[in-house]
Design a protein. Structure first.
Length: 256
């Protein structure tokens, strides 16, 4: 996926051309356990997400959560910005965890959040300063990057006019929920029982459901069912697969 230094730092800051270079020359990537924020600073950006083509207008940001297939189509583009970061890098406080686990990155439909944001001269100046730091081999300041990410996330949430997470007193519960969502993204086609996820989180199914309901308002089983239904509808609307083929792809034949 990325160079080892990106994996080690937990974040990266690229133009589109730079992103393709660090992605081993490929414009397509599965976000895996990383979060992406794509900002159209100077011109629109064409891209596909989960195989569907879209256009990111100027002064808009694209918020992409974990385990999504993202591909840029404007290959020769050194004017727009792609920020990549891991939860381990970003989550330094309970507030950070709440931001990262909000619906900005975990929206059921569409699969990503495309938000109009006022990318001001100040924000452009910040991005250019960061780029200058890298070009001068002074290194990216992790604190500055963290602040830029927080600014973009809070702006996105303001535009959504929604902050769905309740106040959580226990940051461990948010970490468990985040790990559950990551596991669900990877295994929902084959594993639809709460027990499977609970065992991998070293808690009981009841504890997992209680944590999920406390934070999201939905029990763990509801979240699993919702994910499978959403993927079924997506395939029905945007693929040529038959109902029986979709059923097979989503593991219904093997679902006990």
């Amino acid at each position: 996926m990325f160079r080892e230094d990106i994996k080690k730092k937990g974040f990266g800051f690229f133009s589109v051309e730079e992103f393709i270079a660090v992605n081993n020359g490929s414009p397509e990537i599965n976000t895996s356990n990383y979060f992406f924020i794509v900002c159209a600073l100077e011109k629109s950006l064409r891209y596909t997400i989960c195989g569907r083509e879209h256009e990111l207008p100027v002064n808009h940001a694209l918020y992409i959560g974990i385990n999504k297939t993202f591909k840029v189509l404007n290959i020769q583009d050194d004017e727009n910005l792609i920020i990549v970061f891991s939860s381990d890098f970003y989550e330094r406080s309970l507030y950070d965890a709440q931001l990262l686990n909000s619906e900005l990155f975990f929206r059921p439909d569409p699969y990503v959040s495309l938000i109009p944001i006022p990318i001001s001269a100040m924000k452009k100046d910040v991005s250019y300063k960061l780029k200058t730091h890298r070009e001068n081999n002074t290194g990216l300041d992790a604190i500055v990057i963290h602040n830029v990410i927080e600014m973009l996330i809070t702006d996105g949430l303001t535009q959504l006019k929604s902050f769905p997470l309740k106040t959580i007193d226990d940051p461990v519960e948010l970490e468990i929920l985040n790990k559950f969502q990551i596991l669900l993204q990877h295994h929902y086609k084959d594993e639809k029982q709460v027990t499977f996820y609970a065992e991998r989180l070293y808690i009981t199914p009841k504890q997992l459901s209680t944590i999920a309901e406390k934070i999201t308002g939905k029990r763990a089983k509801e979240m699993i069912i919702e994910k499978v239904v959403q993927e079924s509808l997506r395939l029905l609307r945007h693929s040529m697969f038959t109902i029986s083929e979709i059923s097979e792809k989503l593991g219904f034949d093997n679902d006990s």
